[in-house]
Design a protein around this ligand. Structure first.
Ligand SMILES: NC(=O)c1ccc[n+]([C@@H]2O[C@H](COP(=O)([O-])OP(=O)(O)OC[C@H]3O[C@@H](n4cnc5c(N)ncnc54)[C@H](O)[C@@H]3O)[C@@H](O)[C@H]2O)c1
Length: 335
């Protein structure tokens, strides 16, 4: 591998992908972002656009990937490594329209895997999800916990992991799959109707709109800050760490939605009213991961605690509140 490998970041104009592109550029990589801007924004990568080692390709992972990437290789040489984030990320959409979810999340992954197979790509790291686990899995979940997805989105992530393993066995692909818990931070679109609970609650706190908590608020999640995720993703991609492994990426810290809400209101100095609504079907009660495998294989120790991460995210949300996009519907304002 050269000192300046060429890395493809699919979905790199999105929330986590753009932070990972930032890290890879800082490490001296040549970076090509391939994104169809369906949920990503050029603004997320505007800080990279004038860098000589960066290029953006507006294109679809379900389209002519070979043709699109041959253009990318003309400028920066062959693609050495792939960070694969591009996906339809809305669980409710996957429930309403499984065929589209399959087309993008499995169909797109199949095209990226075929590209990797035929172009001697040294390693591919895949953005998987804790949505693969059984809702009734014992808490905390570990990588051996039963995978039994509750949505087509989770099924596609799990099936993609099987494809990675198949390509590794049959074609010698080197891969790592990282199953993210709840990732949060700047650039997570608070106006999107499937956005994470933190970006929605921060947006509502800042604009003094009601915050809706489904159930009693004692349900828990494992919130991991985006810079920690981007760093560990890049580290795994650029090294042998985590080769052939599927690894949970969280913090191991279980935070209730009530605690989260109090912290957000406190940090924002907000008096936004909080109301409770009945539990939503399908919402799991507790979610947190063990850290053993991430520590052992990736030496992963998240650096940013919840309060610090929320403060950073709040500062970003405050710069965004004047955008013209419509507010997030209340029905999705809970994890
Ligand atoms: N945010 C989380 O908490 C979380 C948790 C688990 C897994 N993930 C996974 O991490 C990845 C990144 O998620 P995110 O939160 O940054 O979401 P995001 O929506 O911000 O990023 C997804 C990116 O993929 C792009 N994209 C979508 N379909 C595409 C296509 N067909 N061709 C090319 N580009 C396409 C979008 O425009 C967007 O820029 C996804 O694979 C998601 O499933 C995220």
């Amino acid at each position: 591998m050269t000192d300046h490998p060429h890395v493809l970041v699919t979905g790199g104009a999105g929330f986590i992908g753009s932070h990972t592109a930032d890290v890879l550029l800082k490490r001296g990589c040549f970076v090509t972002v391939l994104d169809n801007l369906s949920t990503g924004y050029r603004a997320n990568i505007s800080q990279l656009e004038n860098q000589q080692r960066f290029q953006f390709i507006h294109g679809d992972v379900t389209g002519d990937v070979k043709g699109l990437l041959s253009k990318a290789a003309k400028r920066f040489g062959p693609i050495d490594r792939i960070a694969h984030f591009a996906a339809q990320t809305a669980v409710p959409i996957s429930v309403d329209d499984p065929a589209t979810d399959i087309a993008v999340n499995l169909g797109g992954t199949a095209r990226i895997l075929e590209y990797a197979r035929h172009n001697k790509v040294a390693k591919l790291v895949f953005a998987s999800s804790s949505a693969v686990y059984d809702d009734d899995a014992p808490v905390p979940v570990n990588e051996e916990s039963r995978a039994r997805p509750a949505s087509p989105y989770g099924i596609d992530k799990l099936a993609a992991e099987f494809f990675l393993d198949y390509y590794a066995r049959i074609f010698g692909l080197t891969f790592t799959a990282l199953r993210f818990m709840n990732v949060y931070g700047p650039r997570q679109d608070p106006k999107s109707w499937y956005s994470g609970v933190i970006s929605i609650f921060l947006d509502r706190a800042v604009t003094n709109q009601p915050i809706t908590i489904f159930d009693d608020g004692e349900q828990t999640r494992d919130f991991v800050y985006v810079s920690d995720v981007a760093e560990v993703f890049a580290e795994s991609l650029m090294s042998d760490k985590g080769n052939s492994a599927i690894i949970n990426i969280g913090t191991g810290v279980e935070v209730s939605i009530n605690t989260l809400t109090r912290t957000i209101l406190d940090l924002a100095g907000s008096s936004a009213p909080v109301k409770h609504e009945p539990p939503r079907a399908g919402d799991i009660r507790r979610s947190v991961t063990t850290m053993d495998k991430a520590v052992e294989l990736l030496d992963f120790h998240p650096k940013v605690g919840l309060r610090e991460g929320l403060a950073e995210t709040l500062a970003w949300v405050r710069t965004q509140t004047k955008t013209a996009r419509p507010p997030a519907p209340l029905k999705h304002a809970s994890p």
